[in-house]
Design a protein around this ligand. Structure first.
Ligand code: NIG
Ligand code: FE
Length: 409
């Protein structure tokens, strides 16, 4: 199978074979390298070659796409989602509009526990089918790799059910899917007076099963006041490492919880959310591989403060963006909309935002060898945009889909 795309207005995020760009940080985030008036050849699922139209190859292909007036860029890498869930939570949405906070709703047994009750009642096949619909929808919006978390199970059986659903999704879609084990998302009601016992359950019973069956790639913890504190997070991350699960954690969403520091200390692949970030958190991240992942869709939907993206980038650090697609704090997995929020609210430039959800997204999922840039040998998964004047038009034209066609492999 050979797909040739010609007359591309601009081919974005190109990388030469001699380069080794695995992430972009600080000032470098302002640049998305591109080729004007370009072609791209995808062969047997991989990028075969690309160049300027003046050198377009004359070759037999199975599919030829004339992309005149259109931009081409790598598919999005959405490195943080909870898209396997049983039911929406629009009742809580209305409660929040009327003044209840996310934390109050959680304390009363709503929020994550609400989702866990609904998930426990749903059979695996139905959970799979509706999760697949969500996944196919975000793929249509340009997502070409995704991470999905458990964490609405909160019991051995239900966590396993979620992770099996994620594994089935992995087997049925043409994009990389990574699974994170997030039993430490909230304490089930029956453990509220005996939190230690729930942590023991995760470490002694759930982790060995989950890791033993190869159901997870990463270990996640919701490190937050009222959820899992720093000492609990440390225990959980150490246990995860013993089973070969690298940490990717929820940190500093609602408070300066110490989550960033504990994530860095335990060599987390990423620390995600980061609404509450100051100098201490920024200093902890400097010189480390842990990727700061910002989830402004959740801040938007909860109406809380946004992540200080400018401070993080201006400190020379990389920034990754992800959707956090989940029924509570961000019921949208729409990356173009995420880019609009990042540009208008976090004051990221369109180039910074695109870097954050392509190359840096790939780094946050250890997919840098196969995704994130247009490079010979990488996966041939690209977005062909609607006709538009510039890359900036993607976040500019908010609420409208910039996607004309997505090519997978
Ligand atoms: O990333 N903050 C913790 N977890 C999710 C929300 C989960 C939920 O409310 O269902 C998040 O925002
Ligand atoms: Fe999340």
């Amino acid at each position: 199978m050979r797909t040739l795309i010609t007359h591309i207005k601009q081919l974005h995020q190109v990388e030469q074979e001699t380069e080794n760009r695995t992430r972009v940080s600080g000032k470098d985030m302002a640049v998305v390298p591109f080729l004007e008036d370009a072609w791209l050849l995808i062969e047997n699922g991989h990028i075969h070659s690309f160049g300027a139209m003046s050198s377009v190859p004359e070759t037999q292909v199975s599919e030829h796409i004339n992309a005149s007036g259109r931009h081409v860029l790598p598919t999005w890498v959405d490195s943080h989602t909870h898209l396997v869930f049983a039911a929406p939570r629009d009742g809580e949405f209305v409660d929040r509009i009327k003044g209840a906070s996310y934390e109050e709703i959680a304390r009363k047994g709503g929020g994550i526990l609400n989702s866990a009750r609904r998930l426990a009642d749903m059979d695996e096949q139905q959970l799979y089918e509706q999760s697949l619909q969500r996944l196919l929808r975000v793929m249509g919006q340009g997502t070409g790799a995704i991470e999905i978390k458990s964490g609405y199970g909160l019991s051995l059986e239900a966590e396993m059910k979620m992770l099996r659903v994620i594994r089935r999704l992995k087997e049925h879609v043409p994009i990389p899917v990574k699974a994170s084990f997030l039993a430490a998302h909230a304490y089930p009601m029956e453990y509220r007076e005996n939190k230690e016992a729930y942590i023991d359950l995760i470490i002694n019973e759930m982790l060995p099963r989950v890791a033993g069956e190869g159901l997870a790639d990463y270990m996640d913890v919701f490190c937050e006041q009222g959820f899992f504190g720093v000492p609990e997070t440390e225990r959980l991350l150490e246990a995860g490492w013993k089973h070969g699960l690298k940490p990717k954690i929820h940190a500093n969403q609602l408070h300066y919880s110490g989550g960033v520091q504990v994530g860095v200390k335990h060599n987390a692949l990423s620390v995600d959310h980061l609404e509450c970030v100051g100098d201490d958190e920024i200093n902890a991240l400097k010189g480390r591989n842990t990727m700061p992942v910002l989830l402004p869709g959740a801040a938007f939907f909860l109406g809380i403060q946004y992540q200080p993206a400018r401070r993080i980038i201006d400190a020379g650090l990389p920034v990754c963006l992800a959707t956090d697609y989940n029924p509570g704090s961000c019921p949208s997995g729409n990356v173009p909309l995420l880019l609009s929020i990042a540009c208008t609210q976090l004051k990221m430039t369109p180039e910074e935002a695109v870097n954050a959800v392509t190359i840096n997204g790939a780094a946050a999922l250890e997919l840098e060898k196969e995704m994130g840039t247009i490079k010979v040998g990488k996966r041939g998964s690209v977005i062909i945009t609607e006709r538009m004047p510039s890359l900036a038009h993607i976040p500019y034209d908010f609420g409208n889909s910039p996607v004309f066609k997505v090519v997978y492999n």
